[in-house]
Ligand binder design. Structure first.
Ligand code: NAG
Ligand code: NAG
Ligand code: NAG
Ligand code: NAG
Length: 968
């Protein structure tokens, strides 16, 4: 079929509409660097697809590693990071705030800026985020008023937080040469809404000097705060189409959302379509299947199908939650989740690349470089197979038209072949045109196909392969396209000549030339095929690179600071490319010996990789090839099974003669907590200023002969456990909240003082998603009663983390410690003098009851140019239940539940872990059952890379002798 070269009047009309509606709709200030219209956001006048990834600094407590994350963001094509700011991470006590060390927000925001990453700031005050209290500080749990509503008590509290955090956000906005481009108000606020509260937050930000557009992430397209009181500048929503059941990683919904476009045109048609959280992975609860399953549920196929569906619907602002999940260390996780927050995200908890990261790079680079995508409107489009859905998007300022194809039934695993009926300035015909070829969607796949697109000096009529990107290599245009190996591809450009040359892996390349159109056909190979065309008239030479999917995954398109884009194939990660004169300096990481191929100006004759010269040769088709070394050196990992471990029992609180003089009397007769206790006094630790970790309660009573039972009702979250003793005798340990113990009379001392000791090993507080104050659910006991003919009076004391809200260790902060004896005594800290402790072996062989501490040290000495992310694994198949806390150099980096799991491997971020020096481990074991033995504890690398990761210094934190206080 001949190509009709008709510039139809339709496209002219469309471009006029586009021009007329391209008004600057910024409600902030038209001179502001951030403006927008219905199509997209403009930064300093330039339209950008906001390809954002969620990152939480409080889940990576090693500030030098923020460099590594943001550099990886950049390499993968993320141009923005969405960041929650976690109030409770910075405030141990009302009026007290800390922004130093691992909490240094200036460093955080400046690091983002250093890598050209913009920031969407999300300071709440409420954030949810699977953190304890949904981000609120512990001290807010005793607030009388309801949170997330307009009332004076809550307002005083949240304004205090915003005043503090705004000191860091305001100077880091883009109009002050900083990184923040958008600022979110509240978070997923859909239940029990008070518009005056939303407006008050927005007003407060403005008063403090926030000038960037305000945003809101509706938990679903619910039209909340898109209009009316409390509405924001650029409304958007969240989408988690496969939800969070990682146990069924193959279950997808039958349809991706197809109502976004219509919703947007009804609700906020003058704003770009923004999806402020879209599924990047999933969280996993205590006892869940583990994050490998979540990574399967939200895999690269999910990314292909569901993200492309968002683009088909018209989204030009998309934030993936999470891009890097990290670690909910210490007492930061909310009760339902465990320490790892890997999230099945594209960058794993140990900062490693995953197949989804490579898929994201393919999409984000296309969206970065193919600009007509930023100003499209939907058009009708057709395919010749009912199993396929096609969305047509045409640039309102030009002729470029995109066809996004996916299966009508989103979860199908069928392979479907089809043709698209093109209707573009280049004519109306079905593609592919070659007989017996077709476009294929094999299983869970979707494609963005580009037509009528000018790149460099070329005019692309269409490509049935997806575009990764295109660059100019001197006068030559280079374009890289890809599809799954074995699929047909057809690529047509305007040309004066029909000559082509093919090189590289055999892809059965053929071509035809008719009416000034050069049509190239091929089969996507394992690897890459190179097809070059001749120049003719205004059109220069072109190099078409046809890659199979796996090969495309390893192509990178780094941009130099001078704005040149270089194409690099092969490495695990390419971090940066700089061209100076005849030299190209690349940095990155390799996982194995790697063949590298580079497409860059002919002026470049010398290539370095991480500062070392790479011998390169020029191929027939004008690329450079060479070899990069992989990590070859052996990295020595100490065997902790051979280490000298020290052991101490650590539950003296159970003994009658334990001196609890300094403990806080638990004698409150009232509480404002919505969970009213079943008996008095109030045994809620929060009411006495203890909000984190393990809690001890000691109750004294005079025994009478009629006492027969002890009834206990704990208030706690999933994963928690509690144990009870009377006069030092173990009564039992529970992982459910209720029990009644029969009291054998030999336990009680008649007419004498008796002591009940209760240890509650807590997980974090709940969140407040539905605005019902659930975050206040106390940690403690709602009922502890001695039952007989009468109820016996008990006089109580409580102990939690040392100092309560007056934390002893301000460096590790308010979420590092709980109330175990060893934590209060500083046994978790480096250099604690444990010489007098007994020697022990780990795995232990002797059953231990109550709480036991184990300590040892080990040294690491990794080569400087290696990245060897390390973890500690607990291996234990025994059924006696226990809980354990893992401390590395004093930092609590793991909560282990041997009977519940699923987490057994705990990530130790470099900077807290010393990769070139001595490290101290402490493990506290809390026996739930009567006697337990700690299982195997081993050091385990997650991977080994030869790496250009920025240097990581140790986070300065106090050792035992430097800590302020050790009151018991
Ligand atoms: C474009 O999308 C809107 C909203 O869904 C719809 O009403 C309209 O019919 C679409 N236009 C075309 C040409 O498909
Ligand atoms: C798709 O979802 C439907 C409805 O839940 C289910 O019956 C079908 O088996 C699913 N198909 C696949 C391939 O998972
Ligand atoms: C108990 O501790 C308090 C406070 O440290 C101390 O004053 C008191 O002497 C101690 N009592 C005994 C019996 O050791
Ligand atoms: C137990 O009895 C003694 C002596 O009568 C009394 O001083 C003490 O207060 C009683 N303790 C409790 C907890 O009732």
């Amino acid at each position: 079929m001949p190509v009709k070269k008709l510039f139809t009047s339709i496209s002219l009309v469309l471009s006029l509409i586009g021009a007329a509606s391209g008004l600057n709709n910024s409600a902030v200030n038209s001179n502001h660097p951030v403006t927008w219209d219905q199509y997209s956001l403009k930064i300093n006048g330039e339209r950008q697809f906001i390809f954002s990834g969620e990152f939480h600094y409080y889940r990576l407590p090693s500030p030098d590693l923020w460099d590594d994350i943001f550099e990886k963001f950049k390499a993968l094509g993320f141009n923005t990071a969405s960041i929650y700011f976690y109030w409770g991470y910075h405030s141990a006590k009302q009026g007290v705030y800390d922004f130093e060390g691992v909490r240094d927000l200036s460093k955080l925001l400046e690091t983002a800026e250093k890598y050209g990453i913009n920031v969407i700031s999300r300071a709440g005050p409420y954030i949810n985020a699977e953190v304890s209290e949904g981000g609120y500080p512990g001290w807010l749990t005793t607030m009388k008023s309801k949170a997330r509503l307009g009332n004076p008590e809550y307002e005083t509290a949240w304004k205090e937080w915003l005043t503090e955090v705004d000191r860091y956000l305001v100077p880091n906005q883009i109009d002050k040469d900083g990184s923040i481009i958008l600022n979110q108000i509240e978070n997923e606020y859909a239940y029990g809404r008070d518009p005056s509260y939303m407006k008050a937050i927005a007003d407060k930000f403005r008063e403090d000097g926030m000038t960037v557009p305000s945003t809101f992430n509706d938990p679903w397209p619910g039209d909340h705060f898109a209009r009316g009181e409390g509405s924001v500048d650029i409304y958007g929503w969240d989408g988690y189409p496969v939800q969070f059941d990682c146990r069924s990683p193959d279950i997808w919904p039958t349809n991706a959302s197809t109502y976004y476009r219509e919703f947007h045109s009804n609700v906020n048609p003058t704003q770009p379509m923004a999806i402020y959280e879209f599924q990047g992975g999933a969280f996993d609860p205590w006892g869940g299947p583990g994050y490998d399953s979540c990574r399967k549920l939200v895999n690269e196929q999910f990314a292909k199908v569901f993200y492309k569906n968002n683009y088909a619907q018209g989204a030009t602002i998309q934030n993936l939650y999470m891009a890097y999940g990290g670690t909910s260390w210490g007492e930061s996780p909310t009760s339902s989740v465990y320490t790892s927050y890997d999230y099945g995200a594209p960058i794993s908890e140990a900062r490693l690349m995953t197949p989804k990261a490579y898929e994201i790079k393919l999409q984000a680079t296309f969206l970065r470089d193919v600009k007509p995508f930023l100003t499209t409107t939907n058009i009708t489009a057709e395919v010749d197979n009912f199993a396929i859905r096609v969305d047509g998007l045409r640039d309102v300022n030009g002729a470029t038209t995109f066809y996004i194809v996916q299966h009508q039934v989103t979860n199908t695993t069928n392979s479907d072949n089809f043709h698209i009926n093109l209707s573009t300035v280049d004519g109306e015909f079905a593609i592919p045109r070659k007989a017996n070829t077709q476009i294929t969607l094999n299983g869970r796949d979707a494609k963005i196909l580009t037509t009528s697109y000018d790149f460099g000096s070329q005019h692309l009529l269409y490509s049935t392969s997806e575009i990764f990107t295109h660059i100019k290599q001197d006068s030559r245009d280079v374009i890289l396209v890809y599809a799954y190996e074995g699929e047909h591809g057809e690529f047509a450009i305007s040309s004066g000549f029909g000559d082509i040359q093919a090189y590289g892996v055999n892809a059965n390349v053929s071509s035809s030339f008719d009416d000034s159109v050069l049509q190239i056909n091929y089969i996507h190979p394992e690897g890459s095929t190179y097809v070059s065309t001749a120049s003719s008239g205004d059109r220069s030479e072109m190099l078409l690179i046809v890659s199979g999917y796996n090969s495309a995954s390893r192509w990178w398109a780094p941009q130099s600071s001078g704005g040149e884009t270089v194409l690099v194939s092969g490495p695990y990660l390419v971090r940066s490319a700089e061209i100076e004169g005849t030299q190209l300096a690349l940095t990155g990481d390799t996982d194995v010996d790697t063949d590298i191929e580079i497409i860059v100006s002919d002026l470049v004759s010398e290539v370095t990789w991480n500062g070392i010269n790479v011998k390169v040769t020029t191929t027939q088709y004008g690329t450079l090839t060479g070899k990069l070394p992989g990590p070859e050196e052996d990295v020595e990992i100490p065997d902790l099974g051979q280490a000298v471990w020290k052991y101490s029992p650590a539950s003296p609180e159970t003994a009658n003669d334990f001196n609890d003089t300094n403990w806080v009397p638990a004698d409150h007769k009232t509480t404002s907590n919505p969970w009213q206790p079943m008996m008095l006094p109030v045994l809620y630790a929060d009411d006495y200023g203890y909000h984190t970790g393990s809690l001890w309660f000691r109750g004294k009573f005079n025994a009478t002969s009629d006492i027969t039972r002890l009834r206990v009702n704990a208030t706690m979250g999933p994963g928690s456990a509690w144990m009870a003793w009377i006069n030092g005798d173990y009564l039992g340990g529970m992982t459910n909240h209720f029990n009644e113990f029969q009291l054998n009379n030999t336990v009680l001392r008649q007419a004498e003082e008796n002591v009940i000791s209760l240890l509650l090993w807590t997980t974090g507080h709940q969140e407040d998603f539905v605005t019902d104050d659930e975050y206040k659910q106390p940690r403690g006991f709602s009922d502890v009663s001695l039952l007989g003919s009468n109820t016996t009076e008990i006089s109580w004391k409580v102990q939690g983390n040392i100092g309560g809200q007056e934390i002893a260790d301000t460096v590790r902060g308010p979420l590092n410690e709980g109330g175990l004896y060893g934590e209060r005594m500083g046994w978790h800290l480096p250099e604690y003098p444990d010489e007098s402790w007994e020697d022990a072996t780990v795995p232990d062989t002797i059953g231990k009851s109550g709480v036991s501490w184990y300590r040892t040290t080990f040294e690491l000495d990794f080569p400087k140019n290696y990245d060897v992310p390390m973890g500690i694994r607990f291996s234990d198949t025994k059924t006696e239940r226990y809980r354990a806390l893992l401390f590395i150099n004093g930092w609590q980096l793991g909560k282990y539940a041997n009977d519940l799991g699923p987490q057994t491997l705990f990530y130790l971020p470099e900077g807290l872990l010393n990769h070139n020096g001595k490290n101290s481990i402490a493990v506290a074991v809390i026996a739930v059952d009567e006697a337990v033995t700690l299982g195997e504890v081993t050091l385990e690398p997650y991977g080994k890379l030869l790496s250009a990761k920025p240097a990581v210094g140790m986070v300065e934190s106090p050792s035992y002798s430097e800590r302020v206080s050790f009151l018991i």
